[in-house]
Design a protein around this ligand. Structure first.
Ligand SMILES: Cc1cc2nc3c(=O)[nH]c(=O)nc-3n(C[C@H](O)[C@H](O)[C@H](O)COP(=O)(O)O)c2cc1C
Ligand code: SF4
Ligand code: SF4
Length: 256
């Protein structure tokens, strides 16, 4: 059986879980291909089982990832199975319904859809707290067994589709679609302060090339998806959001 694992990860949480899926399938001696949405699209997807991973953004599936799958995954002739996971930090359920319908239309049947709790990477407002160290360690230590449980169940033809409160889900969905229209407003919150040493790391790691250098100054443009990778990669913590300098999330940081 060929397994294809695809994900988006802003700061490393989702990548960490995707890597654990690869490890779990490899221990079962399946063939595994693993790549991020930044590497390429899904148009040449060749697999028997597709694993899709993404972070939760604003209580919902990130719309740019949903669009990526919708636009690049081709219709399959045979029915293929899908495992979907959403990393998040709040311990709330995720509504996968819209994503599952998109996949159904392409003849991909979701057999497992679940949230996976991780340490919080979203610290750009003063009231958003980092996850305490011991809780972080506990969450990280549980990932492999969680993933192995899913893999064993899917191999055994069991299914599980997490369902969220529909009213909350539809509010979160509306907010996610509303924010999509306000990408410029989100980008405008970011700026670089005088501690910046012009290393260009933020520019290099931005998944959407949203940071431009204009006349020696960094400008955040509306392709920003608010993934907070730039904030956390910066060696001098020089990126602020609406004047607030957040603590950096280094636990599982993608190093670019
Ligand atoms: C823009 C943004 C919005 C977020 N919204 C939520 C949320 O609504 N609920 C939640 O539990 N976590 C939320 N988070 C936290 C992330 O979902 C969580 O830390 C995730 O594991 C990050 O994955 P990554 O490191 O792969 O990007 C948010 C993070 C970001 C950057
Ligand atoms: S500019 Fe926006 S999209 Fe780019 S890394 Fe920073 S938060 Fe992410
Ligand atoms: S990563 Fe930080 S120090 Fe480097 S250019 Fe960006 S803001 Fe400046």
């Amino acid at each position: 059986m060929k397994i294809l694992i695809n994900y988006f990860s802003g700061t490393g949480n989702t990548k960490f879980v995707a890597d654990k899926f690869a490890e779990a399938f490899l221990t079962e001696e399946y063939s595994v291909e693993l790549f991020s949405m930044e590497d390429r699209d899904l148009s040449n997807a060749d697999c028997d089982l597709l694993v899709l991973g993404f972070p939760k953004f604003y209580g919902y599936v990130p719309l740019f990832y949903l669009d990526y799958v919708k636009e690049t995954l081709n219709q399959s002739k045979d029915t293929k199975k899908v495992i979907m996971f959403c990393t998040e930090s709040g311990g709330t359920l995720t509504s996968f319904t819209e994503f599952i319908e998109i996949l159904n239309d392409k003849n991909y049947e979701t057999v497992w859809a679940t949230s996976i709790i991780m340490p919080n990477n979203y610290l750009i407002k003063s009231n958003y707290e980092p996850t305490p160290v011991l809780v972080t360690e506990d969450r990280i230590n549980k990932i492999f067994s969680t993933v192995k449980y899913i893999v064993d169940n899917v191999i055994g033809n069991n299914t599980h589709i997490e369902t969220a409160d529909e009213e909350k889900a539809s509010r979160a969905r509306a907010m996610a679609y509303g924010l999509k229209e306000k990408a410029g407003m989100i980008a405008a919150g970011y700026s670089v302060d005088s501690s910046c040493d012009f290393c260009d790391d933020c520019v290099r790691v931005c998944p959407t090339s949203a940071i431009l250098k204009v006349e020696g100054k960094y400008v955040f443009t509306e392709s920003c998806i608010n993934c907070v990778r730039c904030v956390n990669i910066c060696p001098s913590n020089s990126i602020t959001y609406n004047g607030y300098k957040p603590p950096q999330y280094n636990r599982l940081m993608i190093k670019g």
